[in-house]
Design a protein around this ligand. Structure first.
Ligand SMILES: C[S@@+](CC[C@H](N)C(=O)[O-])C[C@H]1O[C@@H](n2cnc3c(N)ncnc32)[C@H](O)[C@@H]1O
Length: 361
């Protein structure tokens, strides 16, 4: 059964902690939470079960994840709304659903076990497959296109920045040499090239040497960091006062973006030394976690995916001051308030696909 498949393939990471952090914001009947990374619906199922008056809008860019999660969550009827979108499209999704704001947002970043397990999608270095790696296989460029078209310097940059790969230059050189003979098509070819590009002594340590290259390519193919950098402020903007956001990251580049976005809202944005902080420069977020929380021993034993999780959460204290709204040139600066501009949460933006976010049910 499809919904059983979905349930058994993925154990939601730190589920109880996420529910505990979000619950105070979702206490009122009619409260709405956005699960921006629906995946197989594990976290959403936990929220819908624990908080019977809450409605969840579940976003995913992967149509297959939406299909499986929707089957799994069908028993909740209209308390669950699946939406095919990229999570930086939250403002458009809310507009289409006629929701002025939400009480909770959950983001559980990265790939799902479903995506890793599906051999044909090319996410896993351990399985031979076409070099695809798109979370949404209906649009965008594939890993093969990146590998066969980027110049050597760009390939090296991607591997170094997104994979923290020490031998990025050597691997990029191997890729370019190989594609001069024939375009790269399969993950197994890439695994062999990485192995050949890494000195023998360095191959002995740190697990499969292809892991970092695959992570880097996946981030590039799906434009993950740029999307996340837009999405976290957009998700915060979607929160009503008292609303809460929880983000689970699995690698340091993502966690750093989340940390910075939350910190920007939790700081006083006035120049230091003012005797009284004006309301317009007071923090609009309160951090709910001390630094990033990690999985404890019990969670690690239950769920190996929780190994690298970093969880951060925040609560909206007041509307975002005009000068710090996402999209403002001076957002994050300590300058004075700017001129009036329309509320970004509601402002229409160019859709990322010709169809814009699609409600799938
Ligand atoms: C780790 S899984 C989420 C698992 C989920 N919390 C559960 O319990 O089943 C991450 C999901 O987020 C989706 N995703 C990743 N980046 C996305 C983005 N920018 N926009 C929308 N969905 C995204 C992936 O397709 C994947 O299904």
């Amino acid at each position: 059964m499809a919904e059983r498949d979905a349930a058994s393939r993925h154990l939601p990471v730190l589920l109880q902690r996420c529910v505990d952090l979000l619950a105070p914001a979702l206490a009122e009947p009619g409260s709405v939470m956005i699960d921006a990374t629906l995946g197989m619906g594990g976290h959403t199922e936990g929220v819908l079960e624990a908080l019977p008056h809450v409605r969840v809008v579940g976003i995913d860019r992967d149509p297959e994840a939406l299909r499986l999660a929707s089957a799994r969550l069908a028993r909740f009827g209209d308390r669950f709304t699946p939406v095919h979108a990229v999570y930086d499209e939250i403002p458009e999704v809310l507009e289409r659903l006629d929701l002025p704001g939400v009480q909770g947002v959950l983001m559980d970043l990265g790939v799902s076990s479903l995506q890793l397990d599906e051999a044909g999608r090319g996410f896993a270095y351990a399985q031979d497959a076409p070099l695809d790696m798109r979370m949404d296989p209906t649009r965008g460029r594939t890993a093969a296109e990146v590998l066969n078209t980027y110049d050597e310097a760009d390939l090296a940059r991607v591997l170094r920045e997104y994979g923290e790969e020490r031998f990025a230059g050597r691997i990029a050189r191997r890729i370019v040499q190989a594609r001069e003979k024939a375009p790269l098509e399969r993950t197994s070819e890439l695994v062999d090239l990485v192995r050949a590009g890494i000195p023998a002594a360095a191959r002995q340590t740190g697990g499969n040497p292809a892991k970092r290259t695959f992570q880097a390519l996946r981030i590039e193919v799906n434009d993950e960091l740029a999307v996340l950098a837009r999405a976290v402020p957009a998700a915060v903007e979607a929160l009503v006062v008292g609303g809460r956001i929880v983000v689970e990251s699995y690698q340091s580049l993502e966690d750093r973006l989340v940390k910075r976005a939350f910190a920007a809202g939790a700081e006083i944005s006035a120049p230091p030394g003012l005797p009284v902080v004006p309301e317009t420069h007071a923090p609009f977020l309160r951090l709910l976690t001390r630094g990033a929380e990690e999985a404890d021993a019990a969670e690690l034993a239950r769920n190996p995916r929780s190994q690298s999780v970093r969880l951060r959460a925040a609560e909206r204290l007041r509307p975002t001051p005009e000068h710090l709204r996402p999209g403002r040139g001076d957002a994050g600066s300590t300058g004075g308030p700017g001129g009036r501009r329309p509320d970004r949460t509601r402002a229409p933006r160019a859709p990322r696909s010709p169809n814009g976010p699609r409600r799938t049910a």
